[in-house]
Design a protein around this ligand. Structure first.
Ligand code: BGC
Length: 781
């Protein structure tokens, strides 16, 4: 009896097992079946789970931000920002998404294993990378970051970040490239190509018009169609068309009344319609308001995923306010990305051992290439070998290698300025270094902690040198070097006082250094360790040389020493204007915006502090050099500016035709006429006829960096000018239109330093591209 029971039991189990094996075999599998078949095999619950990330958890998280109920899913890569939902029965793994942009951001140590470490390389910030004007170099940085993704098992880098520097106080400008859409677009394209060459994905963010941090989850950007197309969307367009990013991340803000993640105009008409983007669109973390509207607008994936969204989406499909076909369309975009991802293609295998040494070398090279020499009187730099230096300023001992928030990288070490200078053979006053160190240690102990984990820490008050210190030290050192440091990051824009402008303490130290060192016929050098533009005109006379080192990544000290010593001849050029006064900036009267009456009625409670707010982009297309040049406003340092230790001469401008048909090729020859090997950045601006449309005096249309030219050596730089380079956005016709007439070509070594010019004619008006009508503002701006 007992035996026959056991036998029956086994027969039943065998039948069940073979039935389930059979059905598993018959179930569509990702990669084997079509995407449509795989999606069709999902239950509604699975579909809804898959358009959401698997959730996020951090201490003190409000309940409504809690992740959807997807069972026990542990973070595959601790410190990554999120994961997509896996469905193993359909062969769908989860994909891991992690920040950028200055390198891969993951946790360096893991709970279950105390012996191994998972550090990543902190590359220079995007503003520095843009200042290299070297897309090949940026692509190499991208390759190194992409390699770290692969080695650490991450599928998509949440970068490049590429919003326009609309205003110097933008708190995340350091993560972004430039005030100019061509520079932003080409840099982002290079970064995407680099990352994706390694078989991992990139994500262009934050799409679009996220040019401030203030009330970032509620603010409505009111902007004209022309400003949007020519300035705020143009860079994204270039990167989408040139590099084919796997993903795009929508921003937190609204544009003309609609959240970007809920905007069919932005995502369906422009991104997928006009630009033919075929990849995946995801939200920024917790971004937007209405998951149903997000799904309909083609924002495929809601990150990091919340239980409230899950509930709303299920209800909407069940009550037919959301067509299940919309979910299916979005799911196919998600699956297309997963199909390409290392988690699927490579089964998620990774070594956890990237070549950090090789990547450090790239970080150092990129850092030195993007530093901008702003001033160099009486050949102060390069420093004479063996010079003795005194380092002043807190930042000389506590350099910001990058900004704060999600763009902060967990690097294994960073090279201090002191170490970099010593390694290069300079001697540095150690007693002063000791005094600064003990001051900083004391101050750090009493510094209030940031209110949230991601917030920038408040700066340590600048140490004031005691009476007599500067004078005494200036007697025993050759150079007084002051580092002016700034940091910022997510959630906060910068301030004018003690941030854009120097603090009283900083000014006092500079005045002291200038008096003491100049009295002894010695020099003062200032290094700017900044993530965004600061005021310089009021104090720059006090210094003999000023080097803008930006936030140079983990190799900071070595890269600065490379430039100061002359091992590297500076070839960085500003990709963003330094105005004389903040008030000269065209957006200054409309930044960050105004709070509207009362709290936002749609606000979720986690945004409870945030107010409904609005910002008017009243200045339209008049951003940066477009404004300063056209309106003849003097700047402290213009867009495209940067000095070198050598001189260049431009000549031999050629055009292959004087009449524009499909394209024109133009070239210019650059010669190194100085005594030091160096690189020049050639900038091609075009001045277009402005008969029907108002236009900037001229706009950047192409750029290229020469190789390292030896003294006396020349290089001919060739540029192809395309129809789009002649066109402006005609709002009436919703088209890129080039007016008939004469086009002047300006070869500049900056936006104000015209070196050579030439011209050609466009015989008839050209409608270069007709577009979908989208994002029109209601009423006047
Ligand atoms: C940031 C994004 C980032 C995301 C994930 C958000 O707060 O705005 O840039 O990618 O967090 O960490």
């Amino acid at each position: 009896m007992k035996q026959s029971f056991i036998c029956a039991y086994w027969i039943a189990a065998l039948i069940l097992l073979s039935a389930s094996l059979l059905s598993a075999r018959q179930l569509p599998q990702l990669g084997k079946n079509t995407l449509r078949e795989v999606v069709a095999a999902m239950t509604l619950e699975e579909k809804v789970s898959m358009v959401l990330g698997t959730g996020m958890h951090f201490p003190g998280m409000p309940p409504e931000m809690k992740g959807p109920d997807v069972g026990e899913i542990t973070d595959r890569v601790p410190g990554s920002a999120g994961m997509t939902f896996p469905i193993p029965r359909l062969g769908i793994p989860s994909a891991v998404l992690a920040d950028g942009p200055a390198g891969l951001r993951i946790q360096p140590y893991r709970n279950n294993d105390s012996t191994a470490s998972y550090f990543c390389t902190a590359f220079p910030i995007a503003t520095l990378l843009a200042s290299t004007w070297d897309t090949d170099l940026v692509e190499r940085v991208g390759r190194a970051i992409g390699n770290e993704l692969r080695e650490y098992g991450v599928d998509v880098l949440l970068a490049p970040a590429m919003n326009i520097h609309r205003n110097p106080l933008g708190g995340r400008n350091f993560e972004y490239y430039s005030e100019d859409p061509l520079v932003s677009g080409r840099m982002a394209a290079a970064m995407v190509k680099g990352v994706q060459s390694q078989g991992a994905g990139a994500s262009l963010k934050h799409f679009a018009a996220n040019n401030h941090e203030w009330n970032r989850n509620t603010i409505n950007v009111k902007a004209g169609e022309r400003a949007l197309r020519e300035i705020y969307l143009r860079g994204f367009e270039i990167a989408v068309r040139e590099a084919g990013p796997w993903t795009v991340m929508t921003s937190y803000n609204k544009i003309n009344g609609t959240y970007t993640s809920e905007s069919p105009d932005l995502l369906l008409s422009i991104l997928r319609g006009d630009w033919k983007f075929g990849g995946l669109v995801m939200t920024d973390w917790f971004g937007g308001q209405d998951p149903v509207a997000q799904m309909k607008a083609g924002n495929d994936l809601l990150m990091p995923g919340m239980a409230v969204q899950q509930k709303k989406l299920l209800a909407a499909v069940r009550d037919k306010t959301l067509d299940e076909a919309v979910l299916d369309r979005n799911l196919e975009n998600i699956l297309k990305m997963i199909l390409k991802s290392p988690s699927f293609a490579g089964g998620g295998a990774c070594s956890n051992k990237p070549d950090l040494k090789a990547h450090a070398r790239i970080a150092r090279e990129a850092a030195a290439e993007g530093m901008v020499l702003l001033k160099n009187e009486r050949k102060t730099l390069p420093l004479k070998p063996g010079s003795t230096l005194a380092l002043f300023g807190n930042a000389a001992y506590e350099m910001a290698t990058g900004g704060t928030g999600s763009g902060d990288v967990n690097e294994a070490y960073s090279i201090s300025l002191l170490q970099g200078l010593k390694d290069t053979g300079f001697s540095v006053d150690d007693s002063l270094a000791g005094s600064y160190r003990s001051y900083l240690t004391q101050q750090k102990a009493i510094l209030p902690k940031p209110s949230m984990p991601f917030m920038p820490a408040p700066p340590i008050p600048e140490r004031i040198p005691p009476p007599g210190e500067i004078d005494g030290i200036s007697a025993k050192t050759d150079i007084g070097l002051m580092v002016i440091g700034r940091n910022s990051g997510e959630f906060l824009d910068r301030r004018l006082e003690n941030d854009f402008c120097l603090s009283d303490a900083e000014k006092r130290i500079l005045r002291g250094l200038s008096a003491a060192y100049h009295f002894k016929n010695k020099k003062v050098v200032v290094i700017l360790n900044i993530g965004g533009v600061i005021e310089t005109a009021a104090w720059r006379d006090l210094a003999d040389a000023i080097l803008c080192a930006w936030q140079p990544g983990q190799e900071a000290g070595s890269a600065i020493a490379d430039v100061l010593s002359g091992k590297v001849n500076p070839s960085g050029r500003l990709a963003t204007t330094f105005p004389v006064n903040y008030g000269d900036t065209p957006s200054s009267s409309n930044f960050p915006g105004t709070v509207l009456e009362g709290p936002d009625p749609n606000n979720r409670s986690f945004m409870a502090g945030a107010r409904a707010a609005e910002v008017l982009y009243k200045e339209g297309i008049w951003i940066g050099y477009r404004y300063f040049n056209s309106k003849n406003i003097k700047t402290a340092y213009p867009f495209g500016f940067g000095l070198s230790y050598t001189d260049f001469q431009y000549g031999n401008v050629t055009f292959d035709s004087k009449i524009f048909r499909d394209q024109i090729t133009s070239s210019v020859t650059v010669k190194n006429t100085g005594n030091t090997a160096g690189k020049e950045v050639v900038q091609l601006y075009i001045s277009a006829p402005a008969i029907k449309m108002e236009k900037p005096e001229y706009e950047l249309k192409a750029f290229a960096k020469t190789g390292l030219l030896q003294p006396g050596e020349s290089e001919t730089m060739t540029f192809v000018i395309h129809p789009r380079d002649l066109a402006s956005f005609d709002t009436q016709r919703t088209a890129w239109v080039a007016e008939k007439g004469e086009y002047r070509v300006i070869f500049g070594s900056s936006s104000t330093d015209v070196q050579q010019t030439g011209s050609f004619k466009l015989p008839g008006e050209l409608t270069v591209e007709k577009l979908n009508k989208a994002l029109a503002p209601k009423g006047e701006i």
